[in-house]
Design a protein around this ligand. Structure first.
Ligand code: MN
Length: 285
């Protein structure tokens, strides 16, 4: 199933190019008191709610996707985990351009580990990217994004995919320079997630998904998740060995070669096999 959050926080099911409103399912989320929350309540409840969501969608009228404001499909992720230089061709392009990619930060992922993007950076595809440092080179990075379904601590790679709720396309927008990654990649709107979440059962193996990113119609990045240095099960194993992953946590799995600068007025088009296509406008600057 393809699930989206749209307009003023409505829940929709995407079928055949239209959205079917299933917001009434949100009324069945458990209530909680301040101090109790540990993860995104909708993602946590999805296994029980999905049949009801599907039934609601069956009875809903179609809304053309173009008329909807698509927000990030996870509203309250506890953390956005991200993998640095997780494709060898991106490592090579970064090593070849030390003026743009700070050499101290361009090392193999096995040495660097993972980093975090602030959840406050999260936006959906219709919200767009608002450039905040127009004097600094700011790049697109298209990535497979993995949404965690349930608490995951010290999970082995053999069990890792049991902890995945679904997948989206991620844009890890990045100011280049020598500051910490978490700073350069946490500006408001620099974590795009969308256009919706595809539940894991519809994706199957996340290790063979072709994807592209175009800027104003010109293809800049073209890759396949089979070329990840550390694959999705490996990233879940690695991340969950350092901290507990919670329902709704998102893992940005890393970007392939072809990263490059964006500017105000650009239109980014990201497509991924079995997920779909999203257009994202760049504003500001
Ligand atoms: Mn990235």
């Amino acid at each position: 199933m393809k699930l989206c959050i749209f307009d003023d926080g409505r829940l929709g099911v995407v079928r055949n190019g239209a959205i079917f409103d299933a917001s009434a399912a949100l009324d069945r989320l458990p209530t909680w008191r301040y101090g109790q929350r540990t993860g995104d309540p909708l993602i946590e409840a999805l296994p029980e709610l999905l049949p009801h969501i599907s039934t609601l969608a069956d009875a809903a009228k179609p809304i053309p996707i173009e008329q909807a404001m698509l927000k990030a499909p996870v509203v309250w992720p506890g953390k956005l985990v991200a993998a640095p230089v997780n494709y060898n061709d991106h490592l090579a392009e970064a090593q070849a351009d030390p003026g743009t990619f700070a050499p101290s930060q361009v090392r193999r992922i096995h040495e660097i580990g993972l980093f975090l993007k602030a959840p406050s950076a999260l936006v959906g595809s219709s919200e767009g990217i608002m450039l905040a440092k127009p004097d600094r080179r700011t790049d697109h990075e298209v990535e497979l994004a993995v949404i965690i379904s349930k608490k995951a601590s010290h999970v082995s790679r053999d069990e890792a995919l049991d902890y995945v709720a679904g997948y989206s396309i991620g844009l890890d927008i990045t100011v280049r320079g020598g500051e910490e990654r978490s700073l350069r990649k946490s500006i408001d709107s620099y974590a795009v997630l969308g256009p919706w979440m595809v539940t894991a059962d519809e994706i199957g193996d996340p290790g063979a998904l072709a994807f592209t990113l175009q800027v104003n119609g010109e293809t800049r990045q073209r890759a396949n998740t089979r070329d990840l240095v550390i694959d999705v099960p490996g990233l879940i194993e690695m991340a969950s060995s350092w901290y507990t992953l919670q329902p709704g946590d998102v893992i940005y799995t890393g970007t392939p070669a072809g990263v490059g600068p964006i500017q105000s007025g650009d239109i980014l088009t990201a497509s991924m096999e079995r997920i779909g296509t999203m257009k994202v406008n760049v504003h500001g600057g």
